[in-house]
Design a protein around this ligand. Structure first.
Ligand SMILES: [Cu+2]
Length: 208
């Protein structure tokens, strides 16, 4: 009897329920770009505490205020944190066209002419070819793609191993530009930059 009662209890609750909410199953999650993050990147990443006195003296945090190119729609910001082995970057955008958009650190911190690429090429101090984060060796500034939902919002969290936020270091992101493109970065198949199209957003990495 106990088993039978347990079996029919959910149906009873459902029938007595004033609203139908208790009976709904497989209700689709709302589309929300903010839930999306890069493959392999996530909150399991070690944040890293300073190992030495020298590291404690270094700049630990930086930020980016992302502005739209003339005639483009996007707004957003990025927070950068130096870890023991690299730089963790969390990018959040809004008011952007939906889709998968190429995102990179470019070599020059100059967003004065985004369409004219005043930011220069991808930041690539190691001289590797262009690729996506899950394709192994790549430009240090290759961050892959950010997924923007139908609500215009997107979020990317990624840790770039080997980068830093030191002043005047050859692998520092400080003073470089974070750039978001209109199209999808196709990765290593498209050299030298992934064919992600016109830059639509840009901001300089500044100490915070
Ligand atoms: Cu780019």
């Amino acid at each position: 009897m106990t088993t039978a009662r347990a079996k029919y209890l959910p149906a009873l609750v459902c029938a007595l329920s004033i609203t139908s909410l208790a009976c709904e199953k497989n209700k689709p999650e709302p589309v929300d770009g903010s839930a999306v993050s890069a493959p392999g990147a996530g909150d399991g990443v070690r944040e890293g505490e300073p190992d030495t006195d020298k590291e404690r003296d270094e700049i630990r945090k930086a930020e980016v205020d992302i502005d739209a190119a003339k005639g483009k729609e996007i707004d957003g910001e990025a927070k950068l944190t130096a870890t023991a082995t690299g730089v963790r970057i969390v990018v959040e955008v809004e008011d952007a066209p939906p889709g998968s958009k190429g995102i990179h650190i470019h070599e020059k911190g100059d967003c004065s002419d985004i369409a004219g690429k005043s930011m220069g090429d991808h930041f690539a101090p190691d001289g590797h070819n262009h690729a996506l984060p899950d394709q192994g060796q790549r430009h240090l500034g290759d961050l892959g793609n950010i997924e923007v939902g139908e609500n215009g919002k997107g979020r990317l969290a990624i840790t770039v191993e080997g980068a830093n936020l030191k002043k005047d270091d050859p692998k520092s992101f400080l003073g470089k530009a974070l750039v978001i493109h209109e199209s999808t970065d196709k990765g290593s198949a498209e050299q030298p930059s992934g064919d992600s199209g016109t830059p639509m957003g840009c901001g300089v990495v500044k100490e915070s």
